[in-house]
Design a protein around this ligand. Structure first.
Ligand SMILES: Nc1nc2c(ncn2[C@@H]2O[C@H](COP(=O)(O)OP(=O)(O)OP(=O)(O)O)[C@@H](O)[C@H]2O)c(=O)[nH]1
Ligand SMILES: [Mg+2]
Length: 500
């Protein structure tokens, strides 16, 4: 169990009025005095590099000690989004999802604001008038963090923090933060850290400036001249070097761990064990489905991104054919590209599977939206890895919690999907049958007489092939079966062809 992750119902209501209010409200230019005030505090680079919480990336409140800061960080948040395209319903859903992400990261959502704009403001993400409104909301709610529903440029982050006087983080940093909290395996942790450092790199400038100011200030106090940028610059350079060194070390580590997995996968391929990868939106019930199909005890939690490590389990079709089922990290709209890159070796499992089971949460208000997001991420993975994606089997899960109307709509939208409930077991047998049909089966028919001494070959035919007929004779076991080319070749010497 992880202590921090606790899901609460949304504390935010997005009424039409809210959205309308959010969509208007361009007012005059707004300037907060003393925009240079926030300093970075005394956090060590080492600690930043470890990056347990991405929230502390840039500005901290100027006047709190580190201990207080820790308790403050990401606790009480205001969400803000820019709604550029799509329906009002979609923008609400997007912010509601951001709220769930924020709660998964352990924060309390106080308020959500959306602004309708053609595109985000290049300087401050939301319009300057909106910044003032947001500042009021931050003050009146006592929020300590603002989370923006997009990836902000380093400049946007800095300007917003200057104006709002609280921490500002974006969707990418939030997702990275959740991943950092949930990573368990050595590989997972390394992958997340790599993604975080890659996110951090281009943002080092702003941070570096703060460090530079800080160092300059100290130097000034000690009698150094005003405008001596030396110490800060030097520190920034050192920081950059250290981060770069860490990045390349992590890359090497991850690559080495990927190799181990490749070897394992290679062994499966050599045995011609078909592989099925389970992918889908976060919290759709992928791990539950793996458990339902194979009886494996994979962690299931009502939290986003509960699973970060690919778990592979063996399963058997009713024909006795073995295959592997792999549970993977959940997807979300705009999965940070740093994560796709860092999790490349994990995602390769998905790309190289024989069949992709795409799990959709039928009880979600907009399941088709999940489907779209997942397919987008799949395309991105395919592009990055340079392969085409395997055949997709859509599985609508949680039908026990899906209304009749929604079911009818889904059956219409996804005519080839399987409908199941990992919770009640409804449809699971049918799904097993369907998987058996969709995975590539052995296509070489053999008729062999295997001596009793070759029990291992008999076992192989059973696990890798489909046995059509089996008879125990005085000379050995006569088997008619369908097997893969390799095994057919290995058994050629035992063929009974023509002898009966
Ligand atoms: N009602 C209902 N709830 C389900 C069903 N399957 C899964 N759940 C619940 O959905 C939540 C998420 O399930 P998981 O199996 O952890 O989902 P996941 O897709 O692996 O999630 P991540 O690993 O976080 O991406 C849990 O609270 C499950 O109990 C189902 O068929 N019906
Ligand atoms: Mg899971």
């Amino acid at each position: 169990m992880r202590g921090r992750v606790e899901t609460r119902s949304l504390t935010t209501d997005f009424s039409k009025d809210d959205l309308l209010a959010a969509a208007t409200g361009e007012t005059d230019e707004f300037d907060v005095e003393d925009a240079t005030a926030p300093s970075t505090g005394d956090m060590e680079l080492a600690e930043r590099a470890a990056l347990r919480r991405v929230a502390g990336l840039s500005t901290e409140l100027a006047d709190v000690t580190e201990v207080e800061y820790r308790q403050l960080r990401l606790e009480r948040v205001v969400l803000v989004g820019v709604w550029t395209e799509g329906s009002a319903q979609e923008s609400e859903a997007s912010l509601a999802e951001l709220a769930r992400l924020a709660e998964t990261a352990g924060s309390e959502v106080l308020e959500g604001l959306v602004q309708r704009r053609d595109r985000p403001d290049p300087a401050t993400y939301i319009g300057s008038g909106k910044v003032r409104e947001l500042f009021d909301v931050v003050l009146s709610t006592g929020a300590d963090t603002v989370i923006c529903d997009g990836e902000l440029s380093p400049g946007q982050l800095r300007q917003l923090e200057d104006k709002l006087k609280v921490k500002v983080i974006d969707r990418t940093a939030l997702i990275l933060d959740i991943f950092a909290q949930h990573a368990r395996s050595r590989e997972g942790k390394a992958q997340v850290e790599l993604a975080q450092l890659q996110y951090l790199m281009p943002r080092l400038r702003g941070w570096g400036e703060a460090l530079s100011r800080q160092a300059g200030g100290r130097a000034g106090g000690a009698g150094g001249g005003v405008g001596t940028r030396g110490p800060g610059e030097t520190k920034l350079e050192t920081d950059r070097r250290r981060i770069r060194a860490r990045v390349s070390k992590l890359r090497k580590e991850i690559q080495a761990m990927g190799k181990v997995r490749e070897t394992k996968r290679g062994r499966r391929v050599a045995n011609e064990v078909p592989s099925v990868a389970i992918a889908g939106y976060t919290n759709a019930g992928k791990s539950s489905l793996l458990n339902a199909i194979t009886g494996a005890g994979v962690l299931v939690e009502d939290a986003l991104f509960a699973t970060l490590d690919a778990t592979t389990r063996r399963a058997t079709t009713s024909d006795g054919l073995d295959y592997t089922l792999t549970d993977t990290v959940g997807f979300v709209r705009h999965l940070p590209h740093q994560l796709v890159e860092a999790f490349r070796s994990t995602l390769e499992e998905v790309a190289e599977a024989d069949l992709l089971v795409h799990v959709v949460d039928g009880s979600d208000p907009m399941p088709e939206w999940q489907v779209k997001a997942v397919r987008e991420v799949l395309v991105e993975i395919g592009e990055r890895i340079g392969t085409t994606m395997p055949k997709e089997l859509v599985v609508v899960n949680k039908i026990d919690a899906t209304g009749e109307l929604a079911m009818a709509r889904l059956r219409h939208l996804l005519p080839n999907a399987e409908f199941v409930s990992a919770k009640t077991g409804a449809g699971i047998d049918e799904l097993r049958e369907r998987i058996a049909k969709e995975i590539p089966g052995p296509d070489h028919e053999i008729d062999v007489l295997l001596p009793f001494a070759r029990g291992e070959l008999i076992a192989k035919v059973h696990s890798q092939g489909v046995v059509l007929d089996e008879e125990h004779t005085d000379e050995g076991t006569r088997m008619r079966a369908r097997v893969h080319a390799d095994l057919a070749g290995a058994l050629a010497g035992f063929s009974t062809n023509g002898s009966h």
